[in-house]
Design a protein around this ligand. Structure first.
Ligand SMILES: Cc1cc2nc3c(=O)[nH]c(=O)nc-3n(C[C@H](O)[C@H](O)[C@H](O)COP(=O)(O)OP(=O)(O)OC[C@H]3O[C@@H](n4cnc5c(N)ncnc54)[C@H](O)[C@@H]3O)c2cc1C
Length: 428
């Protein structure tokens, strides 16, 4: 029986493990193992909502053991540190508990087919001071830490312990994450004010969103970028374009050729790269962002037994350019990768992956805006209620891929009930 090992249970890897478990694991045609450094999954595009408390993370967690048991794959906790292509094994570092006690020692896992789906981390592009002084939204832990810290800051302002009139927040990178975070922060402070916390009002926030290129959200058409910038300014944010940050220290960002931008809270959302240790892993081909270069079949260029999907894969588009690092792409790659692994098990021909851009929607607190792809790859602008629905659908599709349509429907209902009895901002 072939051993299929998937490393990384994120937007792409968990969908893949679920699909393969159902198609191959259940009928014992292959043994499917999912490996992740954590024990539960949270869909990464929700991180800015966790960071600002809009979402209660407990309700959207997926436990890997339970998901594996329900879908015929096994789960092994561990952080991949190396791949040995000669004896077809991967090395997992030891796992420690919150007291730093080893609970699972370093181990090796053997594979016939390996899928790398370990996602990405923030890219500081080597800018001095950024790693030391900025907050990144890379995982659940960093999002929760940020929420706790900003809540304390807001409460200190409310109780008069801060003598400043304004809280200066600077966010570098006006892609989807930077823009969505900005609007969620305004919404968060407004909601806290509505609970009776004095002085907590959007006017407390002085948020500067900084972008190196000539416009925000370069993935969107110019008109949509312009509209969304106007919306951000309506919220009260200052948007600086053509502003390249070359250094950061404890309380300032330094733009090239301009005065420093002071900030009490400094965030960096200016791009992603695959984890650094991939750069030299097992002599596989990688690009400048450490992504594993893959062929159209999603197999790595130097080893057909190793696939890569999602943010850690560099997949060239037939029409030029590369597949973007998005949840939408990770989902599409997981679908083709599953088909190709089934083809390997059944000794059939592999399919080629072609990214199908279905559009980009940006959530703007209680509304949304963006574009959707229509017939003939034309793009149509959407905003308001319709855009919000489409934005939410992306997450619902992910849930359907994991749980099926009926359970997803029940989860949506459960979420509604839960939301009706809790505060709209998670204050834990
Ligand atoms: C705030 C935010 C908002 C976003 N909004 C959108 C959006 O609106 N639309 C959209 O399409 N995309 C969005 N994205 C991008 C999207 O989240 C990613 O493109 C997507 O999650 C990538 O999926 P993945 O499976 O490649 O990796 P991930 O979902 O990041 O999963 C990687 C998994 O690998 C595990 N892992 C990492 N390293 C190791 C290791 N060494 N060993 C074992 N396990 C490991 C991690 O624990 C994780 O479970 C957003 C991202 C962020 C941060």
């Amino acid at each position: 029986m072939k051993k299929i090992v998937i490393v990384g249970g994120g937007a792409g890897g968990l969908e893949l493990a679920t699909l393969l478990g159902k198609k191959l694991g259940k009928s014992k045609k292959a043994k499917i193992t999912l490996v992740d450094k954590n024990t539960n999954h949270l869909w990464k595009p929700l991180l800015h909502e966790i960071a600002t408390g809009t979402l209660n993370d407990e309700l959207d967690h997926v436990n890997y053991f339970a998901q594996g048991q329900n879908n015929s794959f096994s789960f092994q906790q561990g952080q991949l540190s190396n791949i040995n292509r000669n004896d077809k094994t991967i090395t997992l570092n030891n796992v420690v508990d919150s007291k730093n006690q080893v609970i699972f020692p370093e181990t090796t896992v053997s594979y016939d087919v390996l899928v790398m789906a370990i996602g990405s981390t923030s890219n500081d592009f080597g800018t001095p001071g950024v790693k030391e002084h900025c907050t990144f939204l890379d995982d659940q832990e960093s999002a929760k830490r940020f929420r706790k810290s900003i809540l304390s800051t807001f409460f200190r302002f409310s109780s008069g312990l801060e003598d400043k009139q304004k809280l200066n927040i600077a966010i570098v990178g006006a892609g989807a994450t930077g823009v969505e975070l900005t609007t969620e922060l305004f919404s968060m402070v407004k909601t806290l004010g509505s609970y009776g916390f004095e002085k907590l009002d959007p006017s407390l926030l002085n948020i500067t969103l900084i972008e190196a290129t000539d416009r925000i959200l370069p993935a969107l058409p110019k008109s949509a970028s312009k509209n969304i910038q106007a919306k951000l300014e309506e919220f009260g944010a200052t948007v600086l374009t053509k502003t390249k940050i070359v250094k950061a220290d404890e309380n300032n960002f330094y733009p090239e050729g301009q005065d420093p931008i002071p900030a009490d809270i400094m965030m960096w959302t200016a791009g992603v790269k695959a984890p650094d240790f991939l750069k030299d892993i097992a002599e596989l081909e990688t690009n400048r962002a450490n992504q594993l270069v893959v062929k159209p079949t999603l197999q790595t260029t130097r080893d057909d037994a190793i696939f890569a999907i999602g943010d850690c894969a560099c997949s060239a588009k037939p029409e030029g350019g590369f597949t973007p690092a998005t949840a939408q792409a990770a989902h599409q790659m997981a679908t083709i990768c599953a088909k190709n692994i089934i083809a390997i098990v059944k000794d059939k021909k592999l399919k080629s992956f072609a990214y199908n851009n279905k559009g980009t929607i940006i959530s703007l607190a209680h509304t949304a805006q963006g574009v959707v792809t229509t017939i003939g790859k034309n793009q149509m602008g959407v905003k308001g209620w319709l855009a919000s629905c489409i934005y939410k659908m992306l997450y619902r599709f992910h849930q359907v891929a994991l749980f099926g349509i009926f359970k997803t429907f029940r989860l949506v209902r459960a979420n509604k009930v839960y939301r009706s009895i809790r505060t709209s901002v998670n204050m834990d």
